[in-house]
Write a protein that binds this ligand. Structure first.
Ligand code: SGN
Ligand code: CA
Length: 536
């Protein structure tokens, strides 16, 4: 027999059901902490990464060189990390660490020459399997095609600033425009589609700029070529008080930065002035870069760089004066390239706000590593010394991260994968080697790591930075240059923040030295780095 129902009975059942539903919803909202992800409202993730963007060139860190009001918005509305680092300060290896959450020796991509094994587990793959829409737009640099993305559009290799090619699943196309603007256009185009879907998204929006050889847009080179920048105290570092690695590296502004390729002096002028040594370094770069411009772009360029060429020829600079001139030219083009990144980050942030996407989106701004802006007389990266080991990092997540907060824990690019999976409520694979930053983002007091591990491999190779590994704690840093030399360096970062004075043999540091050796042994063990036996 079916129970008889009357209209009142039905009403009662409906009322009960409604009450039940409300109660269920209510318990859901009360159990859920503010901003915490539920299956329905998992956060979107936008990972913004530029290439070679030094923290010294972001005004949220330091306003000595440039104002970056848009990038600063992420810090002002979120959290700025004062002690964010990479684990291998070079492009492709850093990207592989970010994707896999594993150190270079575990993911296999130890240097820029190695191809990424794209069959391995990555966080975009895991997010995609768990219901995220995923895209990768901009600089990729991993040699094999991107995997784990619903959509990708990447620069082949390093890519070009002016009228670059882009590669998709369907082949390579030449686009007209400026690389930083184009990458942003493509990112916004993809978001236009993604926002209509009933699924969260994860977008990797990765700039080529400000990678060498720093070709800015007309608006920015007009402005920045009129500026003069403060020189770092160690522009004329003589590398005393350290081992041979710093001295032998080929990344000095004085002797390794090209007056043609980097400083944009016409090769004919350089030749006439007998700057031959600068011509041997990427002899074709000047033409390769500038010949890509349209007639109008080239005319605008010549209108500004033409007079710079003439003045340079007349001045006939040598020695320290030449180095000072090169430093200024370097900063003008490098920072002007960043100005475009900043404008475009602003464009993306505005788009998110205007489309109601800002509230439930985690926005990260970082770089694949730091960069030398004349410190130790250098450009480029690679070393475990602070300027390249450290990287900018700021994260915004409304409702979860306190606006304008600053964090001083030792975090690393190794931690991104686990952080994103954790934020999405997805299980973290055991094989990942980082730590989820989620508690730090929430401002919780948690036990965090007390030391970071580093390992750089690309030697022999461009810029001649010797292989090394090492450990950094809050105060000290121990580095072992282990290949074709056997040299140890120890720095007291509190007393010697610019790392000019190696105290490895200083008896006053005997105890610190022993502790740092022990830490290094522990980390080699913990991360299963069998490549070297660093302890003496
Ligand atoms: C190029 C650069 C180098 C740079 C490497 C690696 N020369 O070879 O200066 O160190 O890339 O950079 S360039 O004149 O061709 O730009 S990385 O960011 O891709 O690792
Ligand atoms: Ca890089």
């Amino acid at each position: 027999m079916y129970p008889k129902t009357n209209s009142a009975g039905r009403k009662t059942t409906r009322t009960l059901m409604a009450i039940g539903l409300i109660a269920a919803l209510f318990s859901c909202t009360t159990q859920k902490e503010e901003g915490e992800a539920t299956s329905n409202e998992r956060p979107n993730i936008i990972f913004i990464m530029s290439d070679d963007h030094a923290y010294q060139a972001i005004s949220a860190y330091s306003d000595k060189l440039i104002q970056t009001p848009n990038i600063d918005r992420i810090a002002n509305e979120g959290m700025l990390f004062e002690k964010a680092f990479v684990s291998n300060s070079i492009c492709a290896p850093s990207r592989a660490v970010i994707l896999t959450g594993k150190h270079s020796h575990m993911n296999g991509l130890v240097d820029n020459a190695v191809k990424f094994d794209s069959t391995q587990m990555t966080f975009p793959k895991i997010l995609r399997e768990n219901g995220y829409q995923t895209a990768m737009i901009g600089k990729w640099h991993l040699k094999t095609a991107p995997t784990g993305f619903d959509y990708w559009k990447v620069l082949p290799g390093q890519g070009h600033y002016y009228n670059p090619e882009f590669r998709t699943e369907n082949g390579t196309v030449l686009d007209s425009g400026y690389v930083t603007d184009l990458i942003t256009d493509f990112a916004i185009d993809w978001l236009e589609g993604a926002k209509k879907e009933d699924k969260p998204f994860m977008l990797m929006y990765q700039h080529k700029a400000p990678h060498r050889e720093w070709l800015p847009t007309e608006e920015n080179f007009r402005e920045y070529t009129t500026k003069e920048f403060p020189e770092p105290a160690s522009l004329f570092d003589d590398y005393s008080g350290r081992g041979t690695a710093a001295k032998e590296a080929e990344m000095r502004i004085a002797t390794h930065m090209g007056v043609t390729s980097d400083n944009k002096i016409h090769p004919d002028i350089a030749e006439k002035m007998r700057y031959e040594n600068f011509l041997t370094w990427y002899p074709n770069a000047y033409h390769n870069n500038l010949d890509r411009m349209s007639k109008t772009e080239r005319a605008a360029w010549e209108a500004v760089y033409g007079p710079i060429n003439e003045e340079f020829e007349q001045a006939d600079l040598r020695g320290e004066e030449l180095t000072k001139w090169k430093y200024q030219r370097y900063m003008q083009d490098y920072l002007a390239s960043i100005a475009s990144v900043d404008e475009n980050v602003g464009r993306l942030l505005d788009y998110l706000e205007e489309n109601g996407l800002a509230e439930n989106t985690i926005i990260v701004y970082t770089s694949d590593q730091g960069f030398y802006l004349g410190e130790h007389g250098w450009f480029d990266k690679r070393f475990m010394y602070e300027e390249s080991f450290r990287t900018p990092l700021m994260i915004k997540w409304p409702g979860v991260i306190k606006e304008g907060s600053r964090n001083t824990d030792l975090v690393q690019n190794l931690d991104f994968a686990e952080t994103f999976l954790d934020a999405a409520g997805v299980e973290i694979p055991k094989e990942m080697q980082g730590k989820s930053m989620l508690p730090l983002l929430k401002g919780e007091q948690v036990e965090w790591r007390d030391a970071l591990y580093y390992h750089y491999y690309e030697y022999p190779g461009i810029h001649a930075v010797k292989r090394h590994n090492g450990v950094r704690t809050d105060r000290y840093k121990l580095i072992h240059f282990y290949y074709d030399v056997d040299e140890w360096e120890l720095y007291d970062l509190e007393k010697d923040p610019h790392e000019m004075n190696n105290v490895y043999e200083d008896p006053a540091y005997a105890e610190v030295k022993a502790q740092m050796h022990q830490k290094l042994d522990e980390l080699v063990d913990q991360y299963q780095d069998k490549v070297v036996v660093p302890s003496k």
